[in-house]
Structures are given as C-alpha cells and as structure tokens.
Design a binder for this molecule. Structure first.
Ligand code: NAD
Ligand code: DAU
Length: 332
C-alpha cells in the first residue's frame, strides 16, 4: 500500500479526488487533512469515512504537518482559499493558507524527503483577449490578476524554488475551471443551478462574454493520477479539456436544461479586475504522459451536475441564504 496524504480533501476537488482514488486506485491508503473552513464539508466524505483517516487541522500548523508528512509516502496538496470574489472582500486568508500553508508543507516535505504534487490554477497566467489565437502553455509568463491568483502564483513559485534549491521531489499542475458534484454554491455553475432550484433569478456578472475553459472534476483528478504515476519531478503540467465557453452560453444552457426561459436571469455588478478569458493547451500532458479527458460534452456534464444538485439539496440548502446575502451586499 502507498500512503497518500490529501490536503483539502473535504473541499470540492479534494473530496472528488478521494472518491475517484478509492474507486480506481485501491493501492492507496488515504489520510485527509482539512481545516473545515466554510468551504470544507464533511458531508462530502460521509460515505467513505470508514475507508479513510480524517484529520481536522490547518496546513499552516508546522507540528501537525511535520507529523502527517513524516507518516506518508505521497502528498497531494489541494488545500487553499479558492474563490476570487472572497479574495476581493478579504485577501488575508488567501495569503495565509495559499502561501504560508504551501511553505509549511514544503518544509515538512524537504525534511522527510517525500513526494509532493502541488495543485494550482490556470489563473496564474492572467487572462487572454477573446480573439487571441493562443492558449496558455507551460511557457506562458505568470501574470496573475486577483489576490487569489497571485497567492496561488506565489505558492507555485515556492514549489519551483524548493525543487531547484533543495531538490524537493515535487510536480505541479495548473488546471482550468472545474465543474461537477460537491462544488460550493458560491461558484458560478452551482450558484446558478441552486438559484433556479430556490426560485431566485440567476446572476450574470457584467455582459457575460468572459470565457472559461470548463473541465469535469473527474478529468482533473485522472490527470493528477497520471502525473503521480508518470510525471517528471520538477515539471509543471497544464490540465484542460478544450471546454471554452462564455458565461452567457453556460447560463443559458443551464436554464434551458432546467426547462426555463433562457433569458430568465439578471445582469449584476461585474467582478473588479474580471479576467476575460482562460484557455489551456494541454498538449504536454497528452503527448508526454498519454492523458486524455473522458467528459468532453459540456451539455451532458451540466445535465449530470443539475441532477446531482437537485437530488442532493440537503448538501447545500442550509448555506444558500448566507451565500446570497454576501453577494447581495456587493450588488451581485
Ligand atoms: P474548495 O474551496 O472547494 O476547497 C478547499 C478546501 O481546503 C476546503 O475543504 C477547506 O476547508 C480546505 N482548507 C482551506 N484552508 C485550509 C487550511 N489552512 N488548512 C487545511 N485545509 C484548508 O477548493 P477547490 O475548488 O476544491 O480547489 C482545490 C484546489 O484546486 C485549490 O488549490 C485551487 O486553487 C485549485 N484549483 C481549483 C479549480 C476550480 O475550478 N475549482 C481549478 C484549478 C485549480
Ligand atoms: O480557472 C480556474 C479557477 O476557476 C480556479 O482557480 C478557482 O479556484 C475557481 O473558483 C475558478 O475561478 P473563476 O473565478 O473563473 O470561477 P467562478 O465560478 O467564481 O466564476 C466563473 C465565471 O463566472 C467568472 O467569469 C465569473 C462569472 N460569474 C461568477 C459567479 C459566482 C458570474 O457571472 N456570476 C456569478 O454569480
């Protein structure tokens, strides 16, 4: 058995990673460490609690991370403050968890000589114009826009420096926008689905022409396993599934799939500094490591996600009023 420590395993992608690994890779023995911030939800792990070890704790806690890292073989580091809008309201938790937390893990990994995979985002590259023929590649210069993406960019830089200066055995991946089950309802797709289910009108920032490159969360997680299996130490891999669509199209598709008028939404205040477009060229991962995405039909993926939020209203209902009240304060 290989011992696998998953940070942030009660969050959206981390909990899906736990489920994916238990289903597809039984050779891993899983420990999750998660602080259970507003974004962590134990209900995302209820079904598998007898198959994993769960530790409630902060990745910035040096003693705890030293102990957990010393007891494992591999660390996959998902834990982060992840929402751009929150980072505009209060940047501090993003500096603390994303930068200090990654530093704390790197120091433990350095001391104990363990293998680390660091999870990051395409947002470290800033944004592209709508008509730019280029996509982000591993050679694109970092140019982050928000407190969230600049803190993630900082964490990537720390990982790269610890690889070069201390020979830490780490890989990195930068993925585009994920969707699927267990995503917090503050995020675009689940917010709109749960608005419609709650009789609230969906909310589109600004004109809605911004483009995101959507990938199903299981495709992100299969790519992470491919990197753990075959990735070269010190390398960074971009993960994407050619899922570019603008926000207006995604919202209109959700409305249509839920049997509503496709114009039944409100335009609300735009996000300050709103990135225009993300687009990933994942050729390196595909050619060098042989990875391919499975869920390439966004309409089908959205329908499955709508079905999940409809069936699992107990998972999100208690949070809805609080999330919408915070948005309302900003006219969003
Ligand atoms: P999320 O907000 O849903 O989950 C984050 C998890 O980390 C939560 O369970 C939270 O409790 C935990 N956490 C936060 N601070 C912590 C701390 N100090 N100590 C321990 N645990 C802590 O986030 P997500 O969307 O699942 O994103 C996971 C990772 O993937 C992040 O690193 C994010 O930058 C990256 N990423 C996300 C996307 C996306 O579309 N969501 C795309 C690319 C990369
Ligand atoms: O690209 C990867 C990133 O994707 C990850 O690093 C982040 O953790 C993740 O949150 C996501 O960032 P975005 O800012 O792109 O995702 P969000 O779901 O917040 O918004 C997606 C788009 O939808 C964005 O252009 C803003 C817009 N939007 C968002 C909300 C919440 C709306 O139009 N209305 C909304 O209500």
């Amino acid at each position: 058995m290989t011992k696998l420590l998953i940070t942030g395993g009660a969050g959206f992608i981390g909990s899906n990673f736990v489920h994916f690994t238990l289903k597809n890779r039984p050779e891993y023995e899983i420990t999750v460490v998660d602080k259970l911030t507003y974004a962590g939800n134990m209900d995302s792990l209820t079904e598998v609690m007898d198959k994993i070890t769960f530790v409630k704790g902060d990745i910035c806690d040096k003693e705890l991370m030293d102990k957990l890292v010393s007891e494992t073989d591999v660390i996959v580091h998902f834990a982060a403050e992840s929402h751009n809008d929150n980072s505009l309201r209060d940047p501090w938790p993003f500096i603390y968890t994303n930068i200090v937390g990654t530093y704390t893990i790197l120091e433990a990994v350095r001391k104990h000589g363990k293998r680390l995979h660091h999870i990051s985002t395409d947002e470290v590259y800033g944004d592209l114009e709508l008509d730019d023929p280029n996509k982000f590649t591993e050679n694109t210069q970092y140019n982050p826009s928000s407190p969230y993406s600049s803190a993630k960019a900082s964490s990537d830089m720390l990982v790269k420096a610890w690889v070069r200066s201390f020979g830490v055995k780490a890989t990195l991946s930068n993925c585009s926008n994920n969707y699927g089950p267990y995503q917090h309802i503050e995020k675009f797709i689940p917010r709109q689905i749960t608005n419609i289910l709650s009789g609230i009108s969906p909310k589109l920032y600004g004109t809605g022409e911004q483009v995101r490159d959507w990938i199903h969360v299981d495709d992100h997680n299969s790519a992470v396993h491919t990197i753990l299996d075959k990735g070269k130490i010190g390398e960074l891999y971009l993960i994407g599934a050619n899922g570019e669509q603008n926000n207006k199209y995604v919202l209109e598709t959700i409305l249509e799939l839920m049997g509503k008028d496709k114009n039944a939404y409100e335009h609300v205040n735009d996000r300050p500094g709103h990135d225009m477009r993300y687009a990933i060229d994942s050729s390196k991962l595909r050619k060098e490591l042989g990875w391919l995405p499975k869920y390439t039909n966004l309409r089908e993926g959205l329908q499955a996600t709508i079905d999940w939020y409809t069936k699992n209203d107990a998972w999100w209902k208690n949070e809805k009023a609080k999330v919408e009240a915070a948005y309302a304060e900003k006219g969003q």
